[in-house]
Write a new protein. Structure first.
Length: 499
């Protein structure tokens, strides 16, 4: 995002396609035309969930404007308390140390823009984190959990200290309108050599805030907007603090990392913690060249990740710029839908032409499905199914598969196939819980509740619906947004009755 900042982007899907029809089984829309239009409209609304970083973008105050259900959504007078994730089992990376060394070099010595970083940089010595601005209680709790994980899993000497002047990393909560005006395409971001919003505004676009001029990290500021859900704040904490401390690049090829612009991972993974542990290994220090770091990586990784073996760094082929440009055009909010759909088709075609069968092809298909869900459910569902098959084939991408599953479960619900919707939801609940995505978890549970109701299992449906509300409060934030999501899913279940 330029020399001055490194930020968590906000994807604005509707989705991609191939110039030919996507491979995989096509869904047949056999519903009456009125119901078919309703399904396309509402499944398009459900697609707002999509990427983890987008969950807080539901319009405030919306309950439902859909004509396909007569049921008004009324939340319980006493909502259950907001739920949050305490801890979960974090999987270690499955790649060997040669591949991990290549990932580390690519993440550490370049910016997202492609600009090379001339030297390795990190904080030298103990690190402190301070919070400034109107931070809610949930942010403080999530920050403490994150710092504890960084100490235990990455071995970092880091603690919170709001009296530090200045802290190594300052988390500054700023008005959402101000953040969007300054950096329109970032949900949150980190900037070097500053400690406050005012200082950032003065320093941006100057050498002071240029990552390529750093020789050692001394001050970093993470900027998070007000008015977003607890989950979005937590996601920003994880990604931006990690980048304040360590790697500043993102790589689409990484399946199990927050250092990936697809934003599927909500919290730091085992891979991410390993990258930070390597960053602060005693064998490295600020100012080292890429060649110097590369020479030391095999011994470092063999020591901190003995299961990965002792291998020389193995560099992956860079992702072609043409594919990145196609994805960015497809996912960007600018441009007509037809142009974004064409960009998505290019992304899928390029992935196939390169022989990819990894997350890049799956992500291209996901974008394709998102862009076509309101226009052509056959194309969209075929894309989601193929993407789900790719993601589900690897343990480290099962969370991504769950994002496909929510689309397929929503469609099954809209077609009145309650048993199928329940089966799809149940297959993903454990993975989503482990991935700590409350917005996705709540949405899946709401779909299950409506499916149970369709089967006449009213008592079970109400129990699941009530359980979903605590996660929804964390994932979506305001009661209006929670009600909006419930109304959208109730509308899906109502399409059969209205046909």
């Amino acid at each position: 995002m330029g020399a001055a900042i490194r930020g968590r982007g906000r994807a604005s899907l509707p989705g991609p396609s191939t110039t030919s029809a996507p491979q995989g089984p096509a869904a047949t829309d056999d519903t009456p035309s009125r119901t078919g239009r309703a399904i396309r409209s509402i499944v398009g609304a459900i697609a707002v969930l999509g990427l983890a970083g987008c969950a807080a973008d539901l319009p405030q105050g919306e309950t439902t404007s859909r004509a396909v259900t007569s049921r008004q959504i009324e939340l319980p007078a006493d909502l259950p308390p907001m739920k949050s994730f305490a801890s979960s089992r974090i999987l270690p990376p499955s790649r060997d140390n040669g591949a991990l060394a290549g990932d580390f070099l690519d993440l550490t010595f370049a910016l997202e823009t492609g600009r090379a970083l001339p030297v390795f940089t990190r904080f030298e010595g103990p690190m402190t984190v301070a919070v400034a601005g109107p931070a809610p209680a949930s942010l403080s709790a999530d920050l403490e959990r994150l710092l504890k994980r960084l100490r235990i899993e990455a071995g970092l000497d880091i603690r919170r200290d709001d009296t530090a002047a200045p802290a190594s990393v300052t988390v500054s909560v700023v008005p959402k309108a101000a953040l969007k005006a300054a950096v329109p395409h970032a949900a949150c971001f980190v900037a070097p050599n500053v400690s406050s919003w005012a200082e950032f505004l003065k320093a941006r676009n100057t050498p002071q805030a240029d990552w390529t001029r750093l020789t050692e990290r001394r001050r970093m500021a993470v900027f998070i907007p007000t008015g977003v859900s607890a989950q979005e704040m937590r996601d920003c904490l994880h990604e931006e603090i990690a980048q304040a401390l360590g790697p500043v690049n993102d790589l689409y090829r990484l399946p199990d990392s927050v250092f990936n612009d697809d934003n599927f991972q909500a919290v730091l993974t085992g891979f991410d913690m390993l990258m930070l542990r390597v960053t602060y290994d005693p064998a490295l220090h600020s100012g080292m060249s890429r060649a110097e770091v590369s020479a030391r990586l095999p011994a470092i990784l063999a020591r901190v990740n003995p299961a990965g073996g002792h291998h020389a760094p193995r560099l992956a082929a860079p992702t072609p710029k043409a594919w990145k440009s196609a994805i960015e055009a497809a996912l960007g909010g600018a441009g007509a839908r037809a142009a974004r759909q064409a960009a998505a088709r290019r992304a899928v075609d390029l992935a196939r032409a390169n022989g990819w069968h990894d997350t890049r092809l799956a992500f291209s298909l996901y974008a394709l499905g998102r862009l076509y869900i309101a226009d052509n459910t056959d194309i969209a569902l075929a894309a989601f199914r193929e993407a789900e098959a790719i993601y589900a084939s690897r343990p480290e991408t099962r969370l991504q598969a769950a994002h496909m599953g929510v689309q397929l479960a929503a469609y099954a619900l809209a077609q009145g196939r309650a048993e199928t919707a329940i089966r799809i939801v149940d297959s993903h609940l454990d993975t989503v819980t482990q991935g700590q995505n409350a917005a996705l978890l709540a949405t899946l549970m709401m779909i299950k509740a409506e499916a149970l109701a369709l089967e006449g299992r009213a008592r079970e449906a109400e129990a699941v619906r009530l359980d979903s509300l605590g996660w929804a409060r964390y994932g979506f934030g305001t009661e209006a947004r929670v009600a909006a999501r419930m109304a959208e899913i109730a509308a899906l279940a109502g399409t059969r009755a209205q046909s």
